[in-house]
Design a protein around this ligand. Structure first.
Ligand code: HEM
Length: 445
């Protein structure tokens, strides 16, 4: 007999969630090693909804677009973000917008939204464009670990466009280090501040970031400049309410984190697929040459080839591979009973390969996004790299703007390739990154 997570009340129509009889920690290790094989086996054995106990938490994975819709649209407000995400990143990204819920989230998001209006985005684009052009023109050639180059680039963009401060190199390096250690702490295996460990470094680095932002906040409040830091200092709600200093600091640290690895992973995936399929690299390059080197905001929508390569890369490898939520009351998903205190997970990495919506789902095929095929439109949650519902990515336009600008300059300035048959080895233990940092052969054009 299959064990179950919890029995619904007698007389209820709900089904009990089947529970894996295996050690939950081993399950998670397996899932990280081979997420696709793992989920195929799970689906075969238990169906789309199944649970496990791991690290003292009940976790239920709910596969499929319908389940994603139920959880993320959260109609009866049964699922919360803070208790779920805090489990992973709480101490380091405390009170970031993604870790707020319900009314409080709505109020903060309303103010934060002002940092992402088309007008403000155009201002960021004016800062971003020359900086990216300059940085990309100085990329190395020969055998290059492209993931590392792109990661360094997006961090520089973040410092310049988000902070709007001219920092001496040693100060920028100190911030970068603190930022990287804060992000790394979220995936520490030892989740206690053991001196020298990742968690401990994360707590100390978060303090470095906080001190930095508090030090500069008065100047930012005094003077409006076209950077995110300044915009957050001046943004007002409908009744003139503004963020406190503490809010600004918490949101800045969170947004920096949310923007960084996600964009880097997407660019790396795009570069990988364009190296594997040089005909797509050529097609995208030809279109980039139809525009001048200096892109402006209005040009972005004209880069349609890059757009479909980006969408397909985000489908095959969504940088946020799953979204966790915590049930804050007894509820249900797809007719299964979910008791209060259960963590549920929406696995978009798996959902994005659902054969119900995608033909040859594991294949790289940007044309599936064409108006004629529009496979992503088969269900509102068939393609959801930016999430859905009230927590849907607030930076999705900023992210796409940065990604396209970087790729545009890369295409115009360089050609790159990987050996025939090369398959990028992915590490899925946190956000999906290439284990080998994607070594490519780069040459200037
Ligand atoms: C390709 C790039 C990106 C991807 C794939 C991505 C993905 C996501 C996803 C899946 C979520 C929802 C998480 C959840 O509901 O649990 C999210 C939220 C968020 N993202 Fe992004 N993101 C990207 C870029 C960015 C950028 C560039 C920024 C900022 C400039 C940003 C800022 C945020 C913020 C602030 C949230 C939380 C929103 C809220 O809770 O209301 N993201 N992102």
């Amino acid at each position: 007999m299959v064990a179950v997570l919890a029995q619904p009340e007698a007389g209820s129509d709900l089904k009990a969630v089947p529970l894996s009889d295996r050690n939950g920690v081993l399950e998670i290790l397996q899932m990280r090693r081979d997420p696709f094989g793992y989920s195929d086996r799970k689906r075969l054995q238990y169906g789309d909804v199944s649970g496990m106990n791991a690290f003292g938490v009940r976790i239920v994975t709910c596969m499929g677009a319908e389940a994603a819709n139920e959880i993320l649209m959260n109609k009866d407000r049964a699922f919360a973000n803070a208790p779920a995400w805090s489990y992973f990143i709480g101490p380091f990204f405390n009170r970031g917008i993604m870790l707020l819920d319900f009314e409080e989230h709505r109020n903060h998001r309303h103010i934060l939204q002002q940092a992402f209006t088309p007008k403000v985005l155009k201002g960021y684009m004016d800062e971003l464009q020359p900086m990216v052009a300059d940085r990309v023109s100085r990329f190395p050639t020969g055998r290059v670990k492209l993931f590392s180059e792109l990661k360094a680039l997006t961090l520089d963009v973040a410092l310049e466009v988000f902070l709007g401060l001219e920092l001496p190199q040693h100060e920028a390096d100190r911030l970068n280090k603190a930022f990287i250690e804060t992000v790394r702490a979220g995936v520490a295996y030892v989740r206690k501040p053991v001196p020298g460990g990742r968690w401990w470094k994360g707590v100390r680095s978060r303090k470095v970031l906080e001190d930095f932002f508090y030090e500069h906040i008065a100047a930012k409040r005094a003077n409006a400049t076209p950077d995110l830091f300044s915009v957050l200092c001046h943004a007002e709600g409908d009744d003139g309410e503004t963020f406190t200093d503490e809010d600004v600091v918490n949101h800045m640290i969170f947004v920096l984190m949310a923007a960084h690895d996600t964009s880097t992973i997407t660019m790396t995936q795009m570069a990988y697929w364009m190296a594997k399929y040089p005909e797509w690299q050529e097609k995208a390059r030809a279109q980039s040459f139809e525009f001048g080197p200096d892109l402006d905001y209005a040009d972005l929508s004209g880069l349609t080839v890059l757009d479909s390569i980006m969408k397909e890369s985000l489908r095959l490898c969504p940088p946020v591979p799953a979204q966790p939520r915590m049930a804050v009351k007894d509820t249900q998903v797809q007719g299964f009973f979910i008791p209060e205190g259960t963590m549920v997970s929406v696995p978009q990495l798996i959902n994005h390969r659902d054969p119900q919506y995608y033909t040859h789902p594991a294949m790289f095929d940007p044309e599936r996004f064409s108006a004629e095929r529009a496979e992503d439109k088969g269900h509102r949650m068939a393609w959801m790299p930016f999430g859905g519902g009230v927590h849907k990515c607030i930076g999705l336009y900023f992210g796409q703007m940065e990604i396209k600008t970087v790729m545009h300059h890369l295409l115009r300035g360089y050609e790159w390739s990987v050996p025939t048959g090369y398959q990028v080895p992915m590490d899925y233990s946190a956000l999906p990154v290439p284990k080998d940092k994607l070594p490519v052969q780069m040459r200037k054009r």
